[in-house]
Design a protein around this ligand. Structure first.
Ligand code: AMP
Length: 116
């Protein structure tokens, strides 16, 4: 199912794109939650982590390497950053086109809110 991310990948709607090749596209999140907040998205329409197939192994590895390169370009590699993929309802996924968040540029705190 095509989402708004396919339109961004195909440049049918504008985005603040920072990287694109034949496999992935990366652009700034429209509602940034950190000074650096970039989404790394496979050009192929994969809805969720649950839909990743064996044949996508190289693509997923490529997404991580692209994230690494962007983190260096954005100047957050040394201090550190967070890569995050949400999956389905409990994971907080809103857009059903697989994407990896890259957050950086400030201390990001604990990974999850602690339960009392
Ligand atoms: P998730 O909750 O993991 O599905 O994250 C979806 C993310 O996509 C959110 O952080 C949104 O702010 C972001 N988003 C939604 N629409 C756009 C858009 N048109 N351009 C950039 N980011 C977007």
């Amino acid at each position: 199912m095509a989402t708004i991310f396919s339109k961004i990948i195909n440049k049918e709607i504008p985005s603040d794109m920072v990287y694109q090749d034949d496999q992935v596209t990366a652009f700034r999140d429209i509602q940034p939650q950190a000074p650096v907040h970039i989404l790394i998205v496979p050009n192929k329409e994969i809805p969720t982590v649950n839909d990743i197939k064996e044949e996508d192994k190289l693509l997923i590895g490529h997404m991580v390497l692209v994230a690494q390169k962007i983190a260096a370009e954005q100047g957050v590699a040394e201090n550190g950053y967070r890569l995050l993929i949400n999956c389905n309802k409990d994971g907080g996924q809103e857009v059903f086109h697989l994407h990896m968040h890259l957050f950086g540029g400030r201390p990001l705190g604990p990974m999850l809110m602690r339960q009392k």
